[in-house]
Design a protein around this ligand. Sequence first.
Ligand SMILES: *Cc1c(COP(=O)(O)O)cnc(C)c1O
Ligand SMILES: [Zn+2]
Length: 501
Amino acid sequence: MKPDNFPKEIQPFLVPSPCGDLCYRCLGCKGEFPITKLLYVCPDCGEVLLIEDRDIQRLNKISGTTWQQIFDYRRMLKIPALKGIYRYHEFIGPNIPLESIVYLGEGHTPIVEANQRLQDLAGIRFFYKNDGQNPSASFKDRGMASALSYIKYLIDQQLVSDIIAVCASTGDTSAAAALYASYLQPHIKSAVLLPHNKVTPQQLSQPLGSGASVFEIPGVFDDCMKIVEKLSEEYNVALLNSKNAWRILGQESFSYEVAQDFEYEMHDKVIVVPIGNAGNISALMSGFIKFFNAGIITDLPKIIGVQSEHADPVFQYYLEPDRSKRQFKPVTVKSSVAQAAMIGNPVSMPRVIALADRYNTLAGEQRVFVTQVTEQAIMDWQLEANRNGHIACTQGGESLAGLVEALKQGIVTKTETAIVDATAHAMKFSGFQDLYFSEKIPEAFNIHSNQRFINRPKLVMPKDKKNIPGQGTPLGREDFNRFAEDVSKTIAQELNLTTNL
Ligand SMILES: *Cc1c(COP(=O)(O)O)cnc(C)c1O
Ligand SMILES: [Zn+2]
């Protein structure tokens, strides 16, 4: 629909123009810094930053119900800049003009209700939000659309040029960074650092295909992260890890989409998300807080972060019930099939602590929880989900396992409805499925293949092994009929088919 055809009272708000008063806010010393240049940590105390809108009060001049209508009507617009995460422009990057926005099809991923069978198995009504249906097949595209739109804005204003964008990655960050950077050729080049042998072949193929410089480093993600931090401190590069607060801003779109998809009815909702570097759960909390403060939602949903017992520093932190005694300690990670979340020292931990406090205070009760799951549960729930029509990755399995665990512990009840984040596409992590099905998962994972799930291809050969078609050597008609007869009989027997002759 064209802007002129919308209701008169919505028209002035339909297409946003730049507004707001953004700054970086330090979570340590509370200092504020202008956004005219790229900052990743506080120049004064070194702590991580969040982006704050000093003029956020202006959003309250519009009522919550009017905001709901604005977003619902924007859904019908055909303006590329507003088709993705910037449908929520006023909340996601109000300073960025529409001309600078990079849109590659991210956001508005499907929310699919689990079938009755899977809901019965899990013990609760739930939906998967398929963030694997983003352009590079993970939710990281949300944050990259934001970070790269901001960089494009700086380029358009001639504040920067010839950017080298760098990131460390468990696989998906680099795929997304390389994709968005390649779209902005020739202004931006990207370089990605990956832990050697700790990303899947599919994930490795992505930045290579996008033309990024790919460096493999011995060690785990946390080691790559340290090298990238050193690069960003000592050289003129743009850091694209979620240390970059623009990434968090873009990932808030997940919350806004969930709110909009459920008609802004959040009182009985539970959002379940895996935690790695903790950028995503930070963004989720921040997003819901902003919608709550603007009166767009009247309740804050429960948020459940999930960690594997092989990489659980956030879970360990919250085990201590007394807030004043809590102390963050990085952990040494062990092998995890939820490889994208296999992080022992999450960069966004200070954000989690600050935002969870704010969230629980605003809600008037504890609404943020962290659960821990076994590697076995991650794998088995992923396979169970995908046998019931989903495309969940191992981290999506982790989310579902975390929901089941939360139910067991009474953190959620059957009367609630969960939205479970499948953070990437199953195909990126199909190697773990292969290992499971061939019963070859290395011991370090502590996973045993459940016979119920194992599925392998069966090669069907005819009795006459000389009478088979080959490439370039087709069988004659008679021979082929013989071959087809023999092979179809074997298949019919396998499937217990009854004849209709
Ligand atoms: C990055 C990633 C995570 C972890 O998200 P954080 O923001 O680092 O906590 C989980 N799942 C997938 C598929 C990812 O790519
Ligand atoms: Zn500071």
